[in-house]
Ligand binder design. Sequence first.
Ligand code: ZN
Ligand code: ZN
Length: 386
Amino acid sequence: MNCIDNKLKEELLELNQYIYNHPELGYEEYKSSSAHVELLKKHGFQVEYGYMGIKTGFRAEYTNGDGPTIAYLSEYDALPEVGHGCGHNIMGTLSTGAAIHLKEHLGDTKGRVVVIGTPAEETDGAKVIYAANGAFDDIDVALISHPFYKNVKSGISFALKALRFTFTGKAAHAAAAPHTGINALDACISTFVNIGLLRQQILPTSRIHGIIKNGGTAANTIPDFSCAEFYVRATSKSYLEELAGKVCACAQAGAAAAGARLKITEYETGNDNLLTNHTLQDCLCRNLAKMGISDIEEAGEANGSTDVGNVSHVCPTIHPSFNIMAPGEEYSTHTIEFREATLREPAKEALAKNVCALAMTGKEIMDDAHLLGKIKAEFKTAVEND
Ligand SMILES: [Zn+2]
Ligand SMILES: [Zn+2]
């Protein structure tokens, strides 16, 4: 497979620039999703626009007989203030470009090339809804890569649960009749103390962090209502469940001690941890090397959560990062400098090379049943052991 021709390169740079020019927040990506859809249609993909009830989501498919299904995940949401400070303009363009390039070089290769447009990565990620509703059930492998200031292999991310504890007590005058009140704030503070103690006995790779949203209205009134919100994070789904149970017990104990009533809810969509498929990552590395990219770092420890995690529990997935900077530049994501870097020459060159490597990876998997078998075997073990 040759690298992309100038015509496709121009179309992709145009898409990158257009999405940069029209930054849209999660679930409002009308122009951005439509630009992806138009380009994919132009290249012969069948598109379902408005996917699984999400207006700015889509699924584009090109079928060439019976064979494996390779999905490229396309993100295109922006941030408040900094627009495409996370570079999802170039990120989505990479996935859509790889799918088009693969489709145009299928030759005798049999199977399906799919692009799934996945809105709102920065907020309430659509991949969670997609994964829960079976969007990835017929996908053999899913590929995505994030722009960054260096090339990094796919690693791990935190599984996340967002827990809200609301405590209801009974108001009373804090000086005249404190004994008649039930202090909901006390329940909340006990919860924080209990969780603080719990932290000594948890795996060091976990995180528990929270805030008090409501803690009463006046110092001379016993608070009858308080509310705390926590993120609980762990590097496996099974440990997250165990840890979330213990965090809830901390709140229950706090409520019991104060005599308050407790309500527990999940106030945001959680994420699963990312299960990187190393066989798939190795395959991408081989193809990146063919494009002259071999300075790829190993991933470090988990440092956040992503909705790609949920995909990775349904089908073999990787979520590496690709370098879009000039040598010596190290702008971090969510900044204006990072946003500007997505339009410069090093980013354009990185885009073209990564499009080719991702497309070649897809083709290699479609052509090599043994390789796909190895990827699937690793996936099965990883899910069972998580
Ligand atoms: Zn981001
Ligand atoms: Zn991002």
